[in-house]
Design a protein around this ligand. Structure first.
Ligand code: SF4
Length: 264
């Protein structure tokens, strides 16, 4: 993987999530390379080969944090802070060390169990939380849609260990791909090791977007018989697939008293 230093800034960006004012993405690009990723539509490099990194991220961030009251900073909105190159590059770890030193906490979303390396830092923060995003029950199918991520079970095991370490955990069940993702089964796997589960369907804005072109190619090749059922569901949230799944999830939430945020 080529890591190209860039002078893009600021590192600290506004965050649109509720209860979060700021976010940090230690990498610009993501070698996980999920073919459905909306951020791919604005990719400046081929993420399978080249990812950009902030030059001297800690000095830049330290400067930007000055004068901001300690709070929880979100990491993982645009790109994954624990993509494989983080094992050597340690951009994310450096950010966490700085946040801890300055009295901040981090709320992290990842598809990797590399986060376990940094549990020591997260444990010392006053309000850290970790979420894993998962979308596939079958790892053979996952590999078709996510070029370079790790098995679903490994992500869930990481959540279990993080929760055991006393850090709040969540899951992002996303994207639910109609007729491919078994959301109910994934919720069964995730519920014991998470405090909250957010559920989102695959969202494609425009049929010309790169992520839809990628998806369509895979669906055409691997699931040609399913494509004509999947495509109308992807482009209409009123499709029967979603209304039935919503009803099923609401019933599950009520029957089992699960903390599900259904955003389908
Ligand atoms: S892990 Fe997240 S940011 Fe990275 S390619 Fe996949 S969806 Fe995009």
């Amino acid at each position: 993987m080529i890591l190209t230093p860039c002078k893009k800034g600021p590192v600290l960006q506004p965050c649109t999530l509720p209860e979060r004012n700021y976010q940090v993405d230690p990498y610009i690009g993501c070698e996980h390379y999920c073919y459905y990723c909306y951020a791919l539509n604005q990719a400046e490099t081929d993420w399978r080969k080249e990812v950009l990194i902030h030059k001297d991220i800690t000095s830049q961030l330290e400067f930007e944090l000055a004068g901001i009251p300690p709070q929880t900073i979100y990491m993982g909105w645009q790109t994954d802070p624990y993509q494989p190159c983080e094992a050597q590059c340690r951009q994310t770890r450096q950010v966490l060390e700085l946040l801890l030193e300055k009295g901040f906490s981090a709320s992290i979303l990842t598809k990797s169990d590399l986060i376990l390396r940094d549990a020591d830092l997260l444990q010392k923060m006053s309000a850290a939380s970790v979420s894993a995003s998962v979308a596939f029950n079958d790892n053979q199918i996952r590999r078709l849609f996510e070029a370079n991520t790790m098995d679903t079970e490994k992500r869930i095991e990481a959540l279990r260990q993080i929760k055991k370490a006393g850090v709040r955990t969540g899951a992002l069940l996303c994207p639910v791909i109609p007729y491919i993702t078994d959301a109910i089964q994934l919720i069964d796997m995730l519920a014991p090791c998470t405090d909250v589960i957010w559920i989102y369907g695959l969202s494609i804005i425009n049929r010309l977007d790169q992520n839809w072109l990628n998806m369509k190619k895979i669906l055409n090749r691997e699931f040609p018989d399913l494509l004509e059922r999947i495509e109308p569901a992807i482009f209409s949230k009123e499709h029967r697939y979603w209304t039935e799944l919503r009803d099923e999830l609401v019933a599950l939430k009520n029957d089992r008293q699960l903390n599900l945020n259904i955003r389908l």
